[in-house]
Design a protein around this ligand. Structure first.
Ligand code: SF4
Length: 374
């Protein structure tokens, strides 16, 4: 496929600025880059070189691609542009005043090439520097408590648009904290498993061993509401990434009311999908549970959660809810949180509790939506 063909297919908007009328080469995946180089009569290794220029050197100008001859550089520049996602806005919240170096969770609005906006969150701690990145503009699954769900679905992100979020947050982390990313979670706007090909492509680039930015697959977590077929695809892919499932209730009726997807994917189907994931990968899944006052924070709900978690190999992550997102819901109070933690620990489950880091800036799964969309 040539750049001009892509342009004729109407896949890019005509713009006045220099080069911006040309299609963005970062929208092509590895296979398509290989097809492009083959169509130009170049040997196969040129596609790997081009990928390295784009994502390891992060080149924004074909002229800098010094391993290519002048003719090839000019041909590429005449047909393609290089337009990465960019930072549009940021806000931060200091969360640990007592620390010698106060740690601020920061939320970034990222502008995509077509003007759409998504959000990414940088969550620092003493040991880690985590980027929470988005996989879709909006989300079709419409969970009731979720700001993104209320936006509706606009489009899937290209692999490079997810990769760019990690690059941007890595460089912001270096500026703000003097250290780069150690972990990535696909837990921002959207359901990553509905955009799995591009998520796989992005993970392959982010974990490419000898690239300038390289992170182990084991430090990457994919978060989902629990789509069985896609969970099996991940399990069989051989990826070493971790899997988190937004459970939020182990009661079928309560979960259905919070998450419409649960009407179709019942708790029984989810249990089967988790068991299958456990047996294929030998790895546990993390059940993410957001305590909501009067909704899922009763002792009975804690008992059901224990029973559900024990059906498979599961850890629990309790997270706080920010009621700014949807006033219909309120975060569970500290006594119900203590009761939940105790019951889970008494049952021998492994529990992590995410501090209310980022509450004021809505920094959590299901709690992101661009200000513009709001
Ligand atoms: S919680 Fe996740 S899956 Fe549900 S609507 Fe929000 S972004 Fe989509």
């Amino acid at each position: 496929m040539s750049g001009n063909e892509m342009k004729e297919n109407g896949q890019t908007a005509e713009k006045e600025e220099t080069h911006e009328h040309l299609p963005n080469i970062r929208r092509l995946n590895r296979e398509e880059l290989a097809g492009l180089m083959a169509a130009l009569g170049e040997p196969a290794f040129r596609a790997s070189q081009l990928h390295r220029w784009l994502y390891s050197h992060q080149a924004f100008d074909f002229e800098t691609m010094s391993t290519f001859g002048r003719k090839l550089r000019q041909r590429l520049a005449s047909e393609w542009s290089i337009r990465p996602a960019s930072l549009a806005d940021s806000e931060s919240e200091t969360v640990d005043e007592g620390s010698t170096t106060p740690l601020s969770t920061a939320k970034f609005t990222i502008r995509l090439e077509d003007g759409e906006l998504v959000e990414s969150v940088l969550i620092p701690s003493e040991e880690r520097m985590t980027a929470c990145i988005s996989s879709q503009v909006g989300c079709p699954l419409r969970c009731d408590f979720c700001a993104t769900g209320h936006m509706g679905f606009r489009r899937n992100l290209a692999a490079s648009e997810m990769t760019d979020q990690a690059f941007l947050l890595d460089s912001e982390a270096m500026k703000l904290h003097g250290r780069g990313l150690t972990n990535i979670v696909f837990m921002g706007m959207g359901e990553p498993l509905l955009n799995l090909d591009n998520v796989f492509e992005s993970i392959a680039t982010l974990s490419e061993a000898d690239y300038r930015f390289s992170i182990s697959e084991r430090k990457i977590t994919i978060s989902t509401v629990g789509l069985p077929a896609e969970m099996e695809r991940i399990a069989r892919s051989g990826l070493k990434t971790k899997l988190a499932i937004s459970l939020h209730s182990a009661d079928q009726g309560v979960r259905e009311r919070m998450m419409p997807v649960a009407i179709d994917i019942t708790l029984d189907k989810l249990t089967a999908a988790i068991s299958s994931y456990n047996s294929i990968t030998g790895q546990p899944v993390t059940l993410v549970y957001m305590l909501l006052e009067g909704v899922n924070d009763s002792p009975e709900e804690a008992r059901k959660l224990v029973r559900f978690a024990k059906r498979g190999l599961c850890k629990i992550n309790l997270i706080d809810y920010n009621s700014i997102v949807n006033l219909k819901f309120k975060p569970g109070c500290s006594s119900s949180k203590t009761m939940f933690i105790q019951r889970l620990l008494d049952a021998g489950l492994l529990v992590t509790v995410r501090k209310s880091q980022g509450a004021a800036i809505n920094a959590a799964c299901g709690q992101l939506a661009t200000r513009q969309a709001r």
